[in-house]
Structure formats: C-alpha cells, structure tokens
Design a protein around this ligand. Structure first.
Ligand SMILES: CC(C)(COP(=O)(O)OP(=O)(O)OC[C@H]1O[C@@H](n2cnc3c(N)ncnc32)[C@H](O)[C@@H]1OP(=O)(O)O)[C@@H](O)C(=O)NCCC(=O)NCCS
Length: 167
C-alpha cells in the first residue's frame, strides 16, 4: 500500500520487458487506449530486439511500460503506457526519463514520437519533458469516426547536452 505522502513513482522499479510479461502488457494497454496493439505487435518488437522496459510496483505488478527503437542516431518512441488506475502518479514521467537517459547514453541526437491530436494528456507529458511539435501527419490514425491526425514531436538531444554543459 502506497502512503498518501508517497507517489507511486517513488516505489516502482524498472526492468527489461520479457516475453512472459506480454499478457499483462496487452491487458494494460487494452484498458488504457481505444486502439491497442495486438499481442503480435508486442511479440514482433521483442523479436526485433527493440528496447522495452516495464515498471513494477512493490507487489511486482506491471504498472507501466515503454518500447523504443534505435534508428541510426535517433530513438523512436513506439509505445508508452501506464495502467489506467496508476495514471497521474508520475510513472509516465519516469518512463520518459528512462528513455531520455537511454538515448543520451547512446549519444542519440533526437527522440521522436507520434501522438494523436486528441491525446492532450500525453502531449502535456511530452511538452513538460521538453519535446516540441515538429509536424503533423494528416489522418494518420484510425479513429472512432474516420481518421485522426498524428502530431510528430521531437526532443533535440544536442540542445539538451548544450544546456547540461552550461548549467
Ligand atoms: C500518457 C500517459 C503515459 C501518462 O502517464 P502518467 O503516469 O499518467 O503521467 P504522469 O503522472 O507521469 O504525469 C506527467 C505529466 O503528464 C501530464 N498529465 C498527466 N496526467 C494528466 C491529465 N490528466 N491531464 C493533463 N495532463 C496530464 C502532466 O504534464 C504531468 O505532469 P505533472 O504531474 O507535473 O502535472 C498515460 O496517461 C497513459 O498511459 N495513457 C494511455 C496510453 C497513451 O496515451 N500513451 C501515449 C501514446 S502517444
């Protein structure tokens, strides 16, 4: 039980995602988004060797996960999700911090992602972390009615390392 003064993010630990996590991962995403990935999407990511992490609570239940793909000197954020009942407690920010550290360790120059235009919550998370809107992919996603635009967002890590050095 997490005390009222302690956020869930203070108690979680991260590890690499395993094939045996995928049943839980699929379930978490299917409750959290209207257009979840299939089990095969996740299996393909692990088979392809993409980096994936899960965050677990003290009871070792998965509360969030993320998957990235390294493409040359860029990191592409493929998926990030926090269990519905655990959202708003800093886990999303921790997942993003994990990705940013990973990208910096690999001397990547850019982290990119796509987000639905309607996903204000995720956009707020990315903007707060330092991402900027780069462009719009019109009608990129299927939507409940018709299609929906994707906002392409990026974090320029060359600028970040400039600010780190000059702090
Ligand atoms: C987007 C998501 C990963 C955020 O995870 P989270 O654990 O809820 O986020 P955090 O608690 O770390 O919040 C970090 C920041 O996000 C923003 N945020 C979080 N909840 C928000 C809400 N309800 N409304 C607006 N902004 C919100 C805030 O900027 C917040 O910072 P603050 O707590 O300092 O105000 C989570 O909501 C989720 O899994 N959504 C479903 C899947 C999804 O949309 N993935 C993104 C696909 S591109």
């Amino acid at each position: 039980m997490v005390s009222s003064t302690m956020r869930l993010s203070d108690t979680v630990t991260s590890r690499d995602m395993l094939e045996s996590d995928l049943i839980d991962v699929v379930q978490i995403e299917s409750h959290a988004t209207a257009f979840p990935w299939s089990l095969k999407n996740f299996q393909d990511c692990l088979k392809a060797g993409h980096q994936a992490w899960v965050y677990c609570n003290p009871a070792q239940e998965i509360v969030g996960f993320t998957i990235v793909q390294k493409v040359l000197d860029e990191i592409h954020l493929l998926n990030i999700c926090v269990r519905q009942q655990d959202q708003g407690q800093g886990v999303g920010k921790m997942l993003l911090d994990t990705i940013i550290s990973y990208a910096k360790q690999r001397s990547s120059v850019l982290i990119v992602l796509e987000v639905r235009r309607s996903n204000n919550r995720a956009q707020a998370l990315y903007i707060q972390a330092g991402f900027n809107e780069m462009s719009v992919r019109k009608d990129y996603y299927p939507a409940k009615q018709g299609r929906e635009d994707a906002i392409l967002m990026g974090m320029d890590l060359t600028l970040l390392s400039f600010f780190d050095q000059n702090e």
